[in-house]
Write a protein that binds this ligand. Sequence first.
Ligand SMILES: [Zn+2]
Length: 697
Amino acid sequence: MRIRPVLLVALLLPLAAQSASVTAQGGNPAQSVVASERAIRRDMPMTNTIRRAFDAGTRDRTGRPGPNYWQLEADYTIQVRLDPASQTLTGTETILVHNNSPMALNEIMLRLDHNIFRGLVPRGLSVPAENTEGMVVTRLVVNGEEVNLTLPAAGGRRGGGAPAGRTTTASGLDQTLARISLAAPVAAKSTAKLEIAWRTKLPGGSGGRGHRMTQRFDDILFQPTQWFPRVAKFDDLRGWDTSLYLGPAEFYNNFGRFDVSIDVPGGWIVSGTGVLQNPQQVLTAAARERLAKVLDSDEITTIVGPDEIGPGQATAPGDRLVWRFVADKVNDFAWATARKFVWQATRATIPGKGPVPIHMVFLPERANLFAKAGPITRHALEFYSKLWAPYPFPQLTLQDGPSAGMEYPMVINSNQGAADHEAAHQWWPMMVGTNETRYGWMDEGFNQYMNVLSGADARGVPPNLNSLGQAYGRTSGNEDEAPMMWSANDAGSMYGFQTYSKTPLMLSMLGGVVGDEAVQKAMSEYTKVWSYKHPSPWDYAFFMNSQLKQDLGWFWYYWLWTTESVDGSIANVTTSGGRTIVTVRQDGQMPSPVVLKVQLAAGAAPLKVVNPRGPNAPTMKIVDERTALVTWPVEVWFSGSRTFQAELDFGPGPIETIQLDPACRFPDRDPSDNVWPRPAPAGTGATPAQRAGTCEG
Ligand SMILES: [Zn+2]
C-alpha cells in the first residue's frame, strides 16, 4: 500500500566527546585501562528464531533456502454470493492445508481479518467508518468432524491442542485470529481439509481511516479484501504466526491455488485475481471479441463502455451470474464488482515471455483518474521485469473503489496515482512472500527504492540515489524510531518511516559502498532465488553478502538493528612538502568507508594515480585532471579510533578543496563540516549547498 512519507524534524543535539576510561575489575584495582573510543559491531545478532532455522537446515549463511527448507501451502475453493441490498457476502469454502513441515500440527490458526470491523478488537491507527458484526463463521468442519461453534473452547482462548479422544474445538472466532484445537493432529507431510461457511458485511461510509477499512461505495461498487477466512502462516522460524491484524501493517500468507466462484447480479462486472474461466457464460459476445484483440497492440481497448449497462449489455443476460476465477499459485485473492463498471484493457510486453493483458475497471464518472493508468502500469511491469525478474502472472487488473492504494496478486486497488508503486508489489510480496507484518521494509521499503529507479526511467533520466543515505542522519537519534528489525506491527508513531522511508536510504548507502549496479544485480538474484518462498531479513542480508562477495555484517547490524548514523566530518587538514594529511572524524556509531573528493588548484600538475599497498590502501579514481575520488575501506575504523588520518600525495600542486562523502551516501547529522576549507558560516551569504558541498561523486 502507499502512504505519504512521514515528515521528520531534524534533531540537532550537541555531541559529547566519546572517549572514556574505565577501571579494570578484579586483580589490580589501581590499574586503569582506556577503552576504545568506539566499539564497532561487525556481525548480525542471531535470535533464537534464526538459530533454530540454521540448526534445522532450513536456512543458512548462504542466504539461499536451506536443504531442508519447507513451507505450508493452502489451496482454496470458494463460492461467494454478493447481496448488494444488505452489502453482505455469504460464502462457503474448502481449504486444503498441506502440512509440508516435518512436524505434526496440533492446532490450526485461522485469520478472520474482517473482525477488525467489530468494535471490540485491538486496532492500530486504522479505523473503519462503519462497524459491522465482522466475520461470522456459521459452520466449521475439520477433516469431516463438525466443530460445535456454540460451546466455549476447552482450555480457553490460549489453550493448546485438545487431548486425544476429545473433540476439535475453536476459540477466538470473534477476533482477527482464531484457534482451532484439533482432536487429531495433522501429521507431517499430510493434508488437512477445512470446510467453512461464513458471512460478512462489507463496511462503507465516510470518515474511516486507512486502506482496507472501507470496501464499498454505497451499494453500487464493492471492493472486498481480506474477505474470507484463511489459514495463518506456520513456518520454520516461529511456528504459527500469531501477530494480530491491527490495520496498518500488512500480511504474511501461504501460497496456494485459488478457485473462486463469485455470484453477483446480472449486469455487474467482476474483476479479480486469476484468470476468468467462463467468459462464455458471463460476458457478451461483443466483449469477448474485443478482449481477443487486447494483446495485439499498446492501444487502450474498451471492453465494456459507459453506455453498456445491465444484463445483456454489460454482461451476458440473466438475473444472477457466477464468475469463476482460478489462480494457480498466489498468496491472496481480491476482487471488485460494480453495477456500472467501465472496462478497458491494454497490454504490457514482458521480456522473455510476451504480452500480458492489463485490465482497468472504474466508474464512468472517475474515468479521468484512469486516463494515464494504462501506460504507467505498462511501464511498471516492463521496467520491473527487466530490473528483478519477469512478471510471472497471466494478467494485472486495476480496480477502482474507496481503497486506492492496495495490492493483491494480479490485482491492484489503484488508479493512475499509485499504479507504479502498487504494480511493483507484484514482485514483493506477491512473488517473494515476505512477512510484511513483521518486516514491512522488505515489502514497502524495497518498493520505495524501486519506485525511484522506475520514476527516473519513465522520465528518461539516470536515477539519482545521491543524498538519500546522508539524509538519514537528520532522523537518527529520534527516540520514536523503531529499528527495522522491530516488528512493524508494533512500530508506533514512526511506522511509516520504519516501513517505507528508511530502506531507500539504506540502499543508497549500500550503493555508496559497493555500487548501485551491484546492489540491483544482487537483488535481482535474491528475487529469483526466493520466488514463491518466504525469506527472512537474515536470508536477505546473508544472500547480499555472498552475492556482493564481502562481509557486510557491520552494515546490516547498524541499519537493521540500530538507529545510529555515521556523522562524518573533516576535522583538520595539514600539508607539508606535497603531502596532505586529512583528519577524518566519525562521531556516530555507524562506520563507513572514507571517500574524499580532492580538487587541485588551477595550474597544479595533472593528477596521476597513486596506489599505495597494504590491506587498507585507498583506491583512486581520476575524475578529470584536477579532480580525484580517493576511497579508504570501512576497515580503517575497525580498530576503534574515531579519527582516521588520510594521507594524500599528489605532488607539489596545492589542493583547492576536499569534500568528504561527495555523493552524500552516508548518514550525517550536519554535512556542512564535510568540506575543507570550511565554507563561510551560516548568515554570511554562503548558501546551504555551498556550506555542505553538492552531492555528486
Ligand atoms: Zn506499498
